[in-house]
Design a protein around this ligand. Structure first.
Ligand SMILES: [Ca+2]
Length: 294
């Protein structure tokens, strides 16, 4: 996610859309068939299973980046329903109308051009999608999300960054165009270092470090756990508790904000396609811990 310095215009909050909502199938069935109570209980247990960070370290839950997304609206003490410093990457603009909370889920929507046009978008923007950013920053920790990525042609993202005058770094935990054929089963964890004191003596060159991992499932078909363990010496990425990638940490030391969003990009071929919109990226929960020693 390469972001741009832009000052947001007044983003109008027009909460007039009525979106569909996610109801776990086990909850629908149990109301009609008492014989399914046991399987429903097992299903609920799976839905509410407590994630645990890797063993062997002293972890402290980090509430400012932890949310079950219960209730009917985003917790404004923890999250922005937009990005205060980035409009979006054309042709897709971030808009608060594309962020809803219902049935225990954070929903990040992407709308088609007809619905998007009702927001009178600036030139160059034809579609809208959602962006949620934390109000707090974290430095080292374990960050985990249970989510079902969007089955459409834009990118479902879960990432950490801070754009500072002296330093700008980014850890991309999940960045998958789950509805694009060449990317639907490819995990691409990435690091960006745009400028700062930890780049081999210079402050101006953009570094990126992305790897590709082909999975044996299609991301948009089901919920998965996406996690990163960020320590002063390494960064590890996990999917469903399985270690996917590890790299040495030589420059990611500044506190970072958390972002969850849908965006367009050219390089994944992930541009909005009205035939596949509206679409939604569903986040069941985000749970975060920090290391006690930091
Ligand atoms: Ca939830």
């Amino acid at each position: 996610m390469i972001i741009h310095f832009l000052t947001p215009a007044s983003l109008k909050t027009q909460r007039t859309l009525s979106f569909g909502c996610f109801v776990p199938s086990c909850l629908k069935r149990v109301a009609r068939r008492p014989s399914l109570q046991i399987s429903a209980i097992l299903c609920l247990t799976a839905l509410t299973a407590i994630a645990e960070p890797p063993a062997g370290k002293e972890w402290i839950p980090f509430e400012p980046m932890t949310d079950e997304f219960n209730g009917t609206k985003l917790d404004s003490d923890k999250w922005y329903d937009h990005n205060p410093t980035w409009w979006g990457r054309a042709p897709t603009m971030f808009h608060p109308d594309c962020v809803t909370v219902s049935n225990g889920m954070l929903n990040i929507w992407a709308l088609n051009s007809a619905e998007s046009a009702k927001r009178k978008l600036p030139g160059g923007f034809t579609h809208i999608s959602g962006f949620v950013r934390s109000k707090a920053r974290a430095r080292f920790g374990y960050f985990e999300m249970r989510a079902k990525l969007m089955d459409s042609s834009q990118v479902s993202c879960f990432w950490l960054t801070h754009v500072g005058r002296e330093e700008w770094s980014e850890i991309d935990i999940c960045e998958v165009a789950a509805g694009v054929e060449d990317h639907q089963d490819v995990f691409t964890p990435n690091l960006h270092y745009f400028h700062g004191p930890h780049y081999q003596g210079t402050l101006e060159k953009h570094l990126t470090d992305q790897s590709w991992h082909k999975m044996d499932f299609r991301f948009a078909d089901d919920f998965h756990l996406f996690a990163a363990e960020w320590s002063p010496t390494f960064i590890r990425w996990y999917i469903d508790g399985k270690l996917i990638r590890e790299t040495h940490n030589s420059r990611y030391f500044q506190p970072l904000e958390m972002n969850i969003n849908v965006e367009a990009n050219q390089w994944f071929g992930a541009l909005p396609d009205d035939a596949k919109l509206p679409a939604v990226y569903q986040i069941d929960w985000i749970r975060s811990w920090r290391l006690k020693e930091y």
